[in-house]
Design a protein around this ligand. Sequence first.
Ligand code: DI6
Ligand code: FE
Length: 413
Amino acid sequence: MSQIRSRSDLCMAPLKILKNVRLACVGERAETVDHGLLAWNGETIVFAGAAEDFPAVEVGRAHEVIDAKGAWLTPGLIDCHTHAVFAGNRAEEFVLRQQGLSYAELAARGGGIMSTVNHTRAASEDELLESASRRLQCFIDEGVTTIEIKSGYGLTLESERTMLTVAAKLRQRLPIDVKRTYLGLHSVPAERKSERAGFLDEAIDLWLPRLHSEGLIDAVDAYCEHLAFSADECARLFQRAQQLGLPVKLHAEQLSDVGGSRMAAAHRALSVDHVEYLSATDIPALRAAGTVAVLIPAAFVVLKETQKPPIAELRAQQVPMAIASDLNPGTSPVQSLRLAMNLASTVFELSYAEALAGVTVHAARALGLHDRGLLAAGKRADFCLWKIDALSELAYWWGGNLLERRFFGGSSG
Ligand code: DI6
Ligand code: FE
C-alpha cells in the first residue's frame, strides 16, 4: 500500500484527487484496492491506496477532486519493445508468406529488414516523423504513456542518427514518453555483406559512442539470431555499451537457441525479448541477473511459430514477464499493446493479471525505469481510467475503445 511520504508531499499545491476509484497495481506488491483514492501533485503521485487511509482534511483543500464513480484506474501502459520509426511497409511479404515463403527465405531474397532499411534511408526526417506520429497516436489512444523505439532500419551513422532524432522529436510533439534504443546490430546491410567485420567495428566502436555523445541513446539492443548476429558479436557490442554506462537488452532466442539469453544474463541485461527457444537451463541465470523476459506474442502468430516460450518455467522461477507489441513492418505489424495483452493471454496462456503486470510494472523494469509502472507515492502521475467493469476486460476485448481518460505527467489528455 502506498502512503503519503511526508506532509511536505501534500503541501506542494495544487493537489489533485481521484476518488471513488478502483486501483490496480498499487504499491510495490502491485495489489488491487476496491475503495481507493489517488492523489497527485504536478507530475508525481503522492498517495495511492484505500480512501479511508487518506486524511479527509486534505480532500477539502485539493485543487481538483474527480469522482471516478467506481471506475478502474491502472498505471499508464508501457510498450517496452517497438520499431515504430520506419518508412514503407511489407504488405507484399505478408502475401508471399501466405503463399508459403518463410521469413528467412524472404530475407535471403533481399526482402526482410533490408527492404525496410532501403525505404527508411530514402525517407526524410519529416516523413519519418509524420508516419511514426500516426502510429504512436494509436498507442496513446489506448492508454500507453511510455513507449520504447529502436533504431536499426538505418544501418549507416547518418540514418541511425535520423531514426533516433525522430524518436526524440516524437517525445516533444506528443503526450507520451519515448525511450530510444540503439539497434545498430539489426542486420548487416546489403552493401557491406562482403566486409562484415568492418561493419561490426563501425557500428560498435564508432557509431555507438558518437550517437551516445550526442545524447540520443537510452539503451542498446542487438538482433541475436542465426540469420543476424552471433552471441559473441552481440557480446562485443554489450561490452562497449557498458563502458559507456548504457544498459543493454537483446532480441534473443526467437527462431533458434544461439545462446543469446545466457550471454545477456552474463551482462546483466535489462531484458531478453521473444525467448521462444530459451532453454530452461538458462532461466536461473536470468533470474539471478534480474533480467526481464519480454514476450512478443504477435510476432509468434505472424510468423506461424509453433514453439512457445517456456512460460511455466519462467513463472515458476519468478522471472518477471513483460509483454510488448514489437511494432515493426515485418514480423509484427501491430499498433495495439492491448492486442498484445490479449494474445499473451490467449496464445501464451498468461492470466489477465500477468498480462496487466506485463505492460506496466514489468515493462517499466525491462526499460530500467523505476519511476513508473505502479500506482504508488513517488511514481510518475501516468495513469488511465477505464470504461470496464472487470479488470480482466483489458486482456479480453480485441480492439474497442475502453479508455475513459488518460493522465500523462499528471495532466489529462
Ligand atoms: N524484431 C526484429 O527486430 C526482427 N524481428 C523482430 O521480432 C526483425 C524485424 C523486421 O523483420 O523488420
Ligand atoms: Fe523487435
